[in-house]
Design a protein. Structure first.
Length: 448
């Protein structure tokens, strides 16, 4: 058994040597600027739970100074991938790329996945998320569960407790699913209102179009009101973010190539995302495919056109007209929780704030540590529930201190995590979490 373990570690070390960017490993100056930016280090104070510490572990494994054993694998999986360390790094170390490369290498050799985990990974990453039709079937199944009375029966009988505690909590805050996507509702081309500024391609996402179809619908509404013709290529698929973050790089590349083809054929000026997690990988397709020269020009064409919905509205769109409140009621008090990837990767943290601050009869209050991760991080709150909940507990202390009516965010994962936080910790039982698109749309003059 020991020889088998040693052999696996050696094979992993060799794969790490092939896949890790050694220049990036040596670029880390060990200065420690990343430490206060890292959520897991802030929670534990343990050096290995920091970007600097994880980079040191990667380099030690590559240099043969340590075995990349089970503890090494576990430490790589503890990282949220929020990439808050990157803006803090004076050496511009591409930590996000390193952690994905390490996880990709680990996935080639890991012995830690149980049989059922392997089955779930294959189902989710290969059989479900890449196929929009199957995602619609999932949406229809969830819709039936929610509207047939089955959900009520499951909750009343306590059957929901058969799930893990974390999954039971998440089940309580699931939004209403849809069996139809945004293309079913609006078609693939929606004209601009007024003078057309540009043609934009909307990235509809997989979960966004299943659990948050109304947000996709309202995204189109905001874009057309702002003067954009909207094209929704029907051949697009999952962005590949969950695949890339989970060591399924080959699959992520295939998804990226299909998306590039779909949007190039549509001939769009910009590619719009309304989910920070999706946008962050879309804007880095050129890096994802950097080792495939035949895709260099196409991936760069794609990446430089990607914009978040808030950024395109602020930078390019016609001014949106919002309803003025004529009554003397108190302003709606809101705060904003950053999407880590929108802020740290897409560098678009200012645009949502500018939009929210411009709304009439809205009191925007900045939250302490609004830019720190909420603990969602894709599927991190499912795979690492203890750390995710610890981070969320502290996040909700800052939320409660602002006393908001609404917590606004720009990413579906963050939205669900904040709903979970409200369910567990909200001081104000009237508090709601809402996507920025929904919040803006509800206040648009002439749309409601």
């Amino acid at each position: 058994m020991a020889n088998s373990s040693s052999s696996t570690s050696e094979a992993l070390r060799q794969t790490l040597q092939l896949k890790l960017d050694y220049d990036q490993l040596t670029n880390c100056m060990r200065c420690g600027f990343c430490l206060p930016a890292c959520p897991t280090f802030k929670e534990t104070g343990i050096e290995a739970e920091s970007p600097r510490g994880r980079i040191a572990l990667m380099k030690a494994a590559v240099d043969g100074l340590m075995e990349p054993d089970v503890r090494f694998e576990e430490q790589m999986s503890h990282c949220l991938g929020c990439r808050a360390c990157e803006p803090a790094c004076p050496a511009d170390v591409k930590y996000g790329q390193l952690i994905e490369q390490a996880r990709d290498a680990i996935e080639d050799h890991t012995t830690q996945h149980r049989v059922w985990v392997k089955g779930v990974r294959k189902l989710v990453f290969k059989q479900l998320f890449p196929h929009q039709g199957r995602m619609k079937m999932l949406g229809k199944g969830l819709r039936f569960y929610q509207r047939s009375g089955l959900q009520s029966v499951v909750r009343k009988t306590g059957a929901v407790k058969l799930f893990s505690k974390q999954l039971s909590s998440l089940e309580r805050i699931l939004p209403k699913a849809s069996g139809k996507g945004v293309v079913d509702q609006l078609g693939t081309r929606i004209p601009a209102k007024g003078k057309k500024i540009a043609t934009v391609g909307m990235f509809r996402g997989c979960l966004m179009d299943t659990l948050f179809m109304e947000t996709n619908y309202k995204t189109v509404g905001l874009l057309t009101e702002a003067g954009f013709e909207v094209v929704i290529p029907d051949q697009q698929n999952c962005c590949g973010a969950l695949h890339a973050h989970s060591g399924e790089t080959t699959q992520a590349k295939e998804l990226a190539k299909n998306n590039i083809r779909a949007f190039q054929e549509a001939g769009v000026d910009y590619i719009i995302s309304n989910a920070g997690g999706c946008g962050a990988i879309l804007v880095e397709y050129d890096h994802l495919l950097h080792d495939e020269p035949e895709w260099q020009e196409q991936s760069l064409w794609f990446a430089k056109r990607v914009k978040d919905i808030s950024a395109i509205l602020v930078e390019k769109g016609n001014p949106l007209l919002f309803n003025n409140s004529n009554d003397k009621s108190e302003p709606v008090r809101i705060t904003y929780q950053d999407s880590c990837h929108l802020k740290n990767v897409m560098k678009a943290g200012a645009a949502p704030r500018k939009l929210l601050s411009s709304l009439p009869n809205v009191d925007f209050v900045e939250m302490q540590d609004a830019g720190s991760c909420c603990g969602s991080a894709g599927i991190y709150n499912v795979t690492q529930p203890e750390m995710a909940n610890q981070i969320l507990d502290h996040k909700m202390q800052h939320v409660n201190a602002t006393r908001p009516h609404y917590i606004v965010t720009s990413n579906p994962g963050c939205l669900l995590q904040m709903k979970l936080g409200i369910d567990k910790h909200a001081d104000n039982n009237q508090m709601q979490a809402i996507h920025i698109v929904d919040f803006l749309y509800e206040r648009m003059k002439g749309l409601n």
